[in-house]
Design a protein around this ligand. Sequence first.
Ligand SMILES: Cc1ncc(C[n+]2csc(CCOP(=O)(O)OP(=O)(O)O)c2C)c(N)n1
Length: 341
Amino acid sequence: MIRYCYKGEGLDGIARLAQGHEAAFLVGLYRSMLRIRRIEEEIERRYHENQMKTPIHLVIGQEATSVGCCAALRTADLVYSSHRTHGAYLAKGGDLKAMLCEMHCRANGCAGSRGGSMHLIDKVAGMAGTSAVVGGAVPIATGAALAAQMKHEDRVVVVFTGDATTEEGVTSESLNFAALKRLPIIFLCENNFYSVQSPLATRQPPREIHRWAAAHDLPVALADGVNVLAVFQATQAAVARARAGEGPTFIEAPVYRFRAHGGAGDDSRMGYRDEAERAEWERVCPIKLLETYLTQRGLIQSSTMARVEAEIRDEIAEAFAFALASPNPVEADLYRHVYAD
Ligand SMILES: Cc1ncc(C[n+]2csc(CCOP(=O)(O)OP(=O)(O)O)c2C)c(N)n1
């Protein structure tokens, strides 16, 4: 069985890139990742209760990509993503209550109860939309970048994709178009090596994904996807290029999902991936890595960590209670948001 190994620098990489960053910034990144992790753990814990009327795709293990990327963005910048939405939505500042209402099919859900987990949107936060169709968000985001360019808006667009998204023809078309027009867009590919249960090696020739992207003649970067600072740095550079009118960037971030492709729990026992592989990546859990760095350097105290955990726990409890107490849609809601000529 193929085994996808972690090839990054681990804690050394965090220590190297942390130079020059203030403790408050680093603790903020840690808090954002932890918040996403705890929210998803609670979603996972409650999923079997069947109150959430939606498929789910957890980002547990992949939090550093969303948080590192969004930390380099402004509210006015737009983020799109594929079906694995929770990390990008929350990191971009999407409203947690509206997200949980959406997942519980409540009238006040962020997509009006029409979409569920795979269709999160928060226009105030710049979370512009997500698509359940693999590759679906890529041309939409490219179009948004074209619009921003044509309207002379100071806006960068990011689209989060998985590795399988690079196998969709429309992704190639979008990279080509973005490079041609020098669009202000960042393609952030979270390469977790699997498309549902198919490993990369059964789907693509043995080449690195960012090298494939480079053939479209745009700058590419490889960022350690478990190192939130590496993703932050790569995104910052891409944002600077985009704002300067220098066009798009493709970032590949190798990551690992600790859970099943969809639903709650892990599915490694199905035999499509080696359990030792997951264990190896769990040793470089993005949250643990940063936590280790912060505690070793005395940048976070155990009392602060306890307070952060308590704040997150209270926020999650309140948001779930809010969602469960929210009204279901009524028949008349069917006609809202419907456009017809
Ligand atoms: C066009 C299309 N083909 C197939 C699917 C079924 N499908 C849903 S998620 C998925 C895997 C996507 O893998 P990847 O893009 O690597 O993202 P990941 O799930 O690993 O985050 C597939 C094949 C789909 N939703 N859309």
